[in-house]
Write a protein that binds this ligand. Structure first.
Ligand code: NAD
Ligand code: IPM
Ligand code: MN
Length: 349
């Protein structure tokens, strides 16, 4: 029987609550099959930092690397907590994992499931994937400030876009478009960010020549936010940089029924490092510890994880169980565990 080594990072806030349900569903989806998940839990996050002062040690990183995949809830404390300065959890933990494990594809699918109440009056069919670059852009930390704290401060945060880094994520996006509705949209801001935008546009145009049956278009990021609300059905695969992708995918989550449904995968397609699956949302300190969080995003992240491991039947079964649960959701509120139980029960049936 096949053993999959899974690192589980429940994290902070609602992270442990949604991960408990994701694990329930993972167990149900693989019960009685020949695959066995050997799970190791890592207590990382703001909570651990406040206790021990450690964010992500070299030992943590080495241990995590020695897995087939990672399931993460959410990390981060209450925004503005003075004890968590300098983005130490966001940069020192989450982004460090994405960078060190070379998660250059941040895959964020958005689908409007039948029966989901969303904010759009006439949403139409929504089914697109944002391929967000995961290792470059304004996220790399290539910045600094001089005369800090004075009226003469100069602060820079330079976006890094390498031909190597852009081309590989663009290639992934085209390959994905080939397997979908064969439509690819580059989202950027080429009218202002001429250097960063220029390399993205050039490489998309170059790779497009190898994919004559993929229809390619370009949309400025500001206009993309309009279309995501007025005509989200126009999108199939969106490829974009790290920061634009971050912003667009919270919006995408909101128009497809809420951030509680939005799943993601941080993928290392080469397989040199374990890929990491997590809901798009954060630790939601405002609702933490109250069983109010929707675990669906974490559960759909398990489906992405199974799919990535080649367990396509199991992945599909999880997605179907979620779809069925969503279709029968009423206005009655359920706890985090009740939603997880209901979805897991559909897999046992
Ligand atoms: P957030 O996503 O945690 O919360 C935004 C809003 O969405 C809140 O009103 C919250 O209650 C709601 N929400 C989020 N997930 C939900 C769920 N599953 N069900 C129902 N409602 C949900 O974003 P934030 O408040 O900006 O950030 C909180 C902390 O999380 C910060 O420290 C931030 O840096 C961190 N963060 C971490 C990740 C991650 O670990 N991947 C992602 C985003 C933010
Ligand atoms: C996300 C989050 C992270 C990001 C933060 C917490 C570093 O917002 O996963 O979308 O910006 O990528
Ligand atoms: Mn985000």
């Amino acid at each position: 029987s096949r053993v999959v080594k899974l690192a589980v990072i429940p994290g902070d806030g609602i992270g442990p609550e949604v991960i408990a349900e994701a694990e329930k569903v993972l167990d149900a989806a693989t019960a009685g099959s020949s695959i066995r998940f050997e799970k190791t839990r890592y207590a990382l996050g703001a909570g651990r930092f406040l206790e021990t002062g450690d964010t992500l040690t070299d030992d943590d990183l080495d241990a995590i690397k020695d897995h087939d995949a990672i399931l993460l809830g959410a990390v981060g404390g209450v925004p503005g907590d003075p004890r968590l300065k300098n983005a130490n959890i966001e940069r020192g933990l989450l982004l460090k994992l994405r960078f060190e494990l070379d998660h250059y594809v941040n895959l964020r699918p958005s689908k409007l499931y039948p029966g989901v109440p969303g904010p759009l009056a006439d949403p139409g069919d929504i089914d697109f994937v944002v391929v967000r670059e995961g290792t470059e852009g304004p996220y790399v930390g290539n910045g600094g400030s001089i005369r800090t704290g004075t009226p003469h401060e100069v602060a820079n945060e330079t976006s890094v876009n390498t031909a190597f880094g852009v081309e590989r994520v663009v290639r992934y996006a085209f390959d994905l478009a080939e397997r979908r509705r064969k439509k690819l949209t580059l989202v950027h801001k080429t009218n202002v960010l001429v250097h960063a935008g220029g390399i993205w546009k050039r490489l998309v145009d170059e790779v497009a020549r190898e994919h004559p049956d993929v229809t390619v278009d370009y949309v400025h990021v500001d206009a993309a936010t309009i279309y995501l609300v007025t005509n989200p059905g126009r999108f199939d695969v969106i490829v974009t940089d790290n920061l634009f992708g971050d912003i667009l995918t919270d919006l995408a989550g909101a128009v497809t029924g809420g951030i509680g449904l939005a799943a993601s995968g941080n993928i290392n397609p080469d397989g040199a490092f374990p890929s990491m699956f997590e809901p798009v949302h954060g630790s939601a300190p405002d609702i933490a510890g109250q069983q109010k969080a929707d675990p669906t995003a974490a559960i759909l992240s398990v489906s992405l994880l199974l799919d990535h491991l080649g367990l396509t039947d199991e992945a599909q079964r999880v997605t179907t169980a979620v779809e069925e649960d969503i279709a029968t959701r009423s206005t009655a509120t359920r706890s985090t565990a009740q939603i997880g139980d209901a979805i897991a029960a559909r897999l046992q049936a």
